[in-house]
Every structure is written in C-alpha cells, then in structure tokens.
Design a protein around this ligand. Structure first.
Ligand code: ATP
Ligand code: MG
Length: 221
C-alpha cells in the first residue's frame, strides 16, 4: 500500500496574510520503497510529513494513504486511519520518561486494542538491535538508542506508511548510516511506503529516490 500526494498546497496564518508552506506538491511513494526528503531549514519538509500523516489538512489537493482518499474522512476517521496505517517518528523525540522501552511500544498496541503486544514489542526491539535494552527507561539510553525505540514504536501497528523526520540529526555519521540502513531494511521487509527527512546528504544513496523541498516546492533531486 502506498502514499500519494497530488497538488497539495498548505498555508499557515502569518500576521495579516498566509505563509505558503507547501505549494502544489505531488509525491508518489510505492509500497516497499524509501523516499528521502532534503531541503533547507524552513522549506516545508516537516509540513510535508504532517500533511502525509493527516495531522494537518491541506488547503488544496489530495492525500491518499493506503488507498484511502483522506479528504473523504472526518476527524475521527483520520485518527483511525493514523492508528491503523501510519507510523510517525517526529523530529522532536517524544518518548514517555517513566516508561521502559518495551512499555513505550506496548502502549501503542494497547491504544489500538491489539493483542499480542508483548511479543510484538519484543520482536521489534530485537529488529532495531535493542533486545537487551527492553527494560531501560529513556534516560538510560543513548540518543541513537532512543531514536531506534522511536522507530520501533512507529512500527508497532505495522503501518502501511512510515514517516520519519530527521532520524539522524542527533547521531554521528556512522550511527546515522546504521539508522538509515535499518529503515531501508524495514521498508523492504514490511513493504511500507517510507518517507525520511534527512539533512545528511551522505545517506542519500541508500534511498530509492530523493526529492528536494525549497520554499514549499518539491523537485526531484
Ligand atoms: N504551525 C505553524 N504555524 C505557522 N507557520 C508554521 C507552522 N509550522 C511551520 N511553519 C512555517 O512553515 C514553513 C515550513 O516549516 P517546516 O517545519 O515544514 O520546515 P522544515 O523544512 O521541516 O524545517 P527544519 O529543517 O528546520 O525542520 C516555515 O516557514 C515555518 O516557519
Ligand atoms: Mg522540520
């Protein structure tokens, strides 16, 4: 199942006027492929992910997630779609300080009423190389390990669409490369349509495709 954006324009209120964050953006991400998004700070990369995640509704255009035209959904419908089909790793790390790594993942299964959350959490922590850290809380993990918990958590509900904002910004080059490799592997194995925002151009050869956002406009890199 894929992600499809067609002619998407998003504006934010800005003083007396509007600021155009996305300007007639089109993007196709087939299942099992990873698209990297680069571009200057403030160009619209996180806005692109927010629209794809249905967290923000565009002024114009179509966002199709896993075959559903999200314009046909109300608020509750979008929330359900996100819960079922979208995995999001935000630019700001947002693990809950009091929960262990395994618990961060189990909360997701609990929220969507899924069974077998314990086993799945264990498997996913293993898949991101953190089998030995399952009982640790965020302050007992390194920055890179926290990023990997974030990624594993986003995968808990087996999303069709995986959206990842700057997963390598807090990491050195080598660890950043390892996270990108992990995302590529998970994308192939699980058939997700994956979009990764990154500042580090050295990682781009790992992506199936790279697009550049500049002043809200998207071009193939
Ligand atoms: N909620 C908001 N309200 C108003 N303006 C916003 C909002 N969120 C983002 N913007 C503006 O929209 C533009 C695009 O922001 P966005 O966060 O998408 O950029 P970005 O490419 O992710 O930048 P960075 O690399 O710094 O994370 C910027 O000019 C930003 O100031
Ligand atoms: Mg951003």
């Amino acid at each position: 199942m894929s992600l499809h954006l067609d002619d998407v324009t998003l504006t934010y209120p800005d003083g007396d006027g509007r600021l155009t964050a996305l300007d007639a953006v089109g993007l196709d991400v087939p299942a099992g492929t990873l698209t990297a998004v680069v571009g200057p700070s403030g160009s619209g990369k996180s806005s692109l992910l927010a629209v794809a995640a249905t967290l923000v509704t565009p002024d114009r255009g179509r966002v199709v997630v896993a075959g559903t035209d999200t314009g046909t959904l109300d608020r509750a419908g979008r929330a359900a779609l996100r819960r079922e089909h979208v995995g999001i790793v935000f630019q700001q790390p947002n693990l809950l300080p009091s929960l262990t790594a395994a618990e961060q993942l189990r909360v997701m299964a609990h929220l969507s009423g899924r069974r077998h959350g314990d086993r799945r959490a264990r498997d996913l922590l293993g898949a991101v190389g953190l089998a030995d850290c399952a009982e640790r809380r965020p302050h007992q993990l390194s920055g890179g390990q926290r990023q990997r918990v974030n990624i594993a958590r986003a995968l808990m509900n087996d999303p069709a669409v995986l959206l990842v904002d700057e997963p390598t910004s807090a990491l050195d080059h080598e660890r950043g490369a390892a996270v990108l490799d992990l995302l590529v592997t998970l994308t192939r194995r699980r058939g997700t349509a994956t979009v990764v925002v990154t500042h580090d151009r050295a990682h781009l050869h790992r992506a199936d495709r790279t697009v550049t956002v500049r002043d809200g406009r998207l071009t193939a890199a």
